[in-house]
Design a protein around this ligand. Structure first.
Ligand code: NOJ
Ligand code: CA
Length: 707
């Protein structure tokens, strides 16, 4: 009898179950044969992650088998917190937690796997407590698996250590290999690292209509995770980003990995509403956040992207032709964008139209040396080109109530940037700048590093933390994809880290791109997407650029609401806005920070429609973006205050709009409406619509009332 009882306890000890607060999601954990930890996940009784291995391979041993369960502790958590900015003013973090302490019998080492189960998914991470037998260690591979239960449809971009700026592909999991091998042999990319590697956040949909999203949260002091697919078994395994030695991570106990996240629902809107990524990050570490604020901006930028003007003052390569640092002695190329006169024009435009800031790129010494690849590149972040009167422009901007936005293109010369960082941030403070767009174009120097390895992940955070010390907000381009760190460091008001709107001026992107980004890139945080392009025929800006941008004007307006960000650019040239002042009005009106968000309709690749209420002002806005086919929305306005009558101003694709042949055809209509109104609107492929609401007055009586 005693023997049987102890056997039962022992078996019970080997299998653990955890339910989400609503009971919809169930996690099972057990030790499989050989003491190997495995987990599985069910959603409403259906398996979404089949039994999958957990563990870490070290460079000299392993933490993936010969475990026994030393302790299991379960707890409940329910707390509401207030982000500094974002999609809503209060975020509820309600989850059930299970921390499983494992002891490796062969080495007497301990590892904790902490699971947090929310009603919309799972987060888990590895923790390595301080212990005598595990102090310093090198991670050679992470063995976390996500076993899929079928050949799901996925929206993916290739695994790559140096760029995230790909167009998405929609395919079955089993088709990834063929498509990637085709891409590599077609020379589309030299840097794709394998035939079945993809990046996170990865969005999938099962044939039964379950949406599964895989990503990570709180990526700190660890390399970014990709996913490698075993396409026979349909099992994803984590694929970390290596350092120059091929090692993944240098660790010292006590320490943890980032969280691995699985967001799951049978309603695509819940993926967008999920706050798992933010909830798994640490609370804000900045005591006084009063200096952090949303920013709507224009910039001396699109003219460079389209090739009309240049970032550099001269076409003479300093490293080749010039033996002086005095650029007044070199020949100007006559196409420089950041001239005093041009910047004044943008400042005037920003002031006239109520923008907070003007980004100026190409203002500083270094662009003329961009291709100095043989040595460490040496951008300077305090010395303007001779035709950029920084003090004069600083004072002019201040007199107009506009901020200049700093630009630091690091050219990925990391040591050069880190050496100059304090000086550069001090210079910003002294000259009235409080926000910087940083950039990491090119191969990382020191060589052998790449954009997403542990050392670089640490660099991005170092630059961000240091910026907080100077009360500087950061918008980093080409940095690692975000993982919710903006909760902890809300001065991270933007990131690019995906294919931005700029590609629409450099060859074009797929029409469904902005219907996929909310399910992928935006899971980790807001994007400096730079919407608002009104001229799709780029040759009208630069006759030698024959790109056509693949969207309609109404689509560009919808983005401001759909792709929430405290930092939004109106990216086109002032003269293009002057041609369409009525459509431009929406960009001027739309808010940047929200107290409430409602996800009205969503389907990756097809359409996303979101309603948001402006924080402080209480005004509602709606945005829709439409993907690779036309879409007819029918949505309820039940988010409006009951009993009140509003006017909805609807900016929509005209009936004959077409993203290729008639992209500038839009209509602007006003309707009366209430919280009982239902609204129907067609958007074309690559199209969309945007709505602003205001309370109706007596003069609005003549407007049609939406039933
Ligand atoms: C790439 C960035 O995405 C773009 O916005 C910037 O203008 C260029 N790098 C130059 O820094
Ligand atoms: Ca970029």
């Amino acid at each position: 009898m005693i023997a049987i009882a102890s056997l039962l306890t022992c078996q019970a000890m080997q299998a653990e179950e955890l339910l989400s607060p609503s009971g919809d999601i169930k996690l099972d954990f057990r030790l499989a044969e050989g003491g190997a930890p495995v987990y599985s996940l069910e959603y409403k009784g259906e398996p979404v992650i089949a039994e999958s291995h957990l563990g870490i391979r070290l460079n000299n041993s392993g933490l993936f088998d010969w475990f026994e369960i030393a302790d299991v502790s379960k707890s409940e958590f329910d707390e509401t917190w207030e982000p500094v900015w974002g999609e809503e003013s209060e975020i509820r973090d309600r989850h059930n937690e299970m921390a499983v302490t494992l002891r490796q019998t062969s080495s007497d080492r301990r590892m904790v796997i902490r699971f947090r189960l929310f009603d919309d998914g799972l987060g888990f991470r590895y923790e390595f407590p301080e212990q005598g037998n595990l102090v310093y260690f090198v991670i050679a591979d992470e063995l976390t698996e996500f076993a899929m239960t079928g050949d799901h449809t996925a929206w993916w971009i290739p695994g790559d250590y140096d760029t995230q700026e790909y167009d998405y592909t929609e395919s079955r999991l089993s088709e990834i290999r063929g498509l990637l091998e085709g891409a590599v042999s077609g020379n589309l990319s030299q840097t794709i690292f394998s035939s079945t590697g993809v990046q996170t956040a990865l969005q999938m949909k099962t044939d039964d209509g379950i949406y599964i999203n895989l990503h990570e949260a709180a990526l700190v002091n660890y390399p970014a995770m990709h996913l490698e697919l075993d396409d026979e078994k349909l099992v994803f395994k984590s694929h970390l980003t290596p350092d120059p030695n091929g090692d993944m991570a240098y660790m010292q106990t006590p320490c943890t990995t980032p969280w691995r996240t699985v967001i799951v629902s049978d309603d695509a809107r819940d993926i967008l509403a999920s706050r798992i990524t933010l909830n798994l990050n640490e609370p804000c570490k900045i005591d006084d956040t009063s200096w952090i604020r949303p920013y709507k901006y224009v910039g001396v930028w699109w003219e460079m992207i389209t090739g009309k003007s240049s970032w550099s003052y001269t076409d003479d390569l300093r490293s080749v032709h010039i033996d002086t640092d005095d650029l007044t002695k070199v020949k100007p190329n006559g196409r420089h964008g950041a001239t005093t006169e041009n910047v004044r024009k943008y400042i005037d435009f920003a002031a006239e139209n109520g923008f907070d800031g003007v980004l100026v790129e190409g203002w500083n010494i270094g662009w003329e040396d961009w291709f100095g690849n043989m040595k460490e590149r040496v951008f300077d972040f305090v010395t303007p080109y001779p035709d950029f009167d920084l003090p004069g422009l600083r004072d002019y901007a201040a007199s107009k109530g506009v901020k200049l936005i700093m630009h630091h293109e690091t050219s990925s010369s990391i040591r050069n940037y880190e050496r100059q960082l304090d000086t550069a941030y001090k210079f910003m403070r002294e000259n009235g700048y409080d926000a910087v767009k940083s950039g990491y174009v090119g191969n990382i120097i020191p060589k052998g590093n790449n954009h997403y390895n542990q050392w670089m992940v640490n660099h991005y955070l170092y630059a961000l933390e240091k910026a907080a010390g100077y009360h500087i907000m950061v918008n980093a381009h080409e940095a690692v994809r975000p993982t919710g760190l903006c909760r902890t460091w809300p001065n991270l008001i933007g990131n690019e880290s995906a294919r931005g709107n700029e590609y629409q001026g450099m060859g074009g992107s797929k029409t469904f791109h902005v219907t996929v980004l909310p399910f992928t890139r935006l899971i980790g945080g807001p994007m400096d997407y730079t919407p608002g392009i009104f001229e799709m025929d780029i040759s009208k800006i630069n006759p030698s650029n024959h790109t056509h941008a693949n969207f309609t004007i109404a689509n560009q307006l919808g983005i401001y609401v759909v792709m929430s960000s405290p930092l939004q650019m109106a990216a086109d040239l002032p003269e293009n806005y002057e041609r369409f002042p009525d459509a431009f009005q929406f960009i001027k009106d739309v808010a940047l920070d929200w107290s409430e968000s409602r996800y009205l309709e969503a389907e990756p690749g097809k359409y996303v429609t979101v309603a948001r209420k402006a924080k402080g002002l209480g005004q509602w806005f709606v945005g829709n973006v439409t993907g690779d086919s036309d879409h007819v929305s029918t949505v309820s306005f039940d988010f409006l205050d009951p009993g009140k009558v509003y006017v909805a101003t609807v900016y929509a694709d005209a009936p004959d709009a077409n993203y290729l042949t008639n992209p500038q055809a839009y209509t602007i209509k006003e309707y009366r409406c209430t919280s009982k109104s239902s609204f129907t609107q067609k958007a074309v492929e690559g199209g969309g619509y945007a709505i602003s609401f205001r309370e109706a007055g007596p003069a609005d009586k003549k407007l049609k009332m939406l039933k």
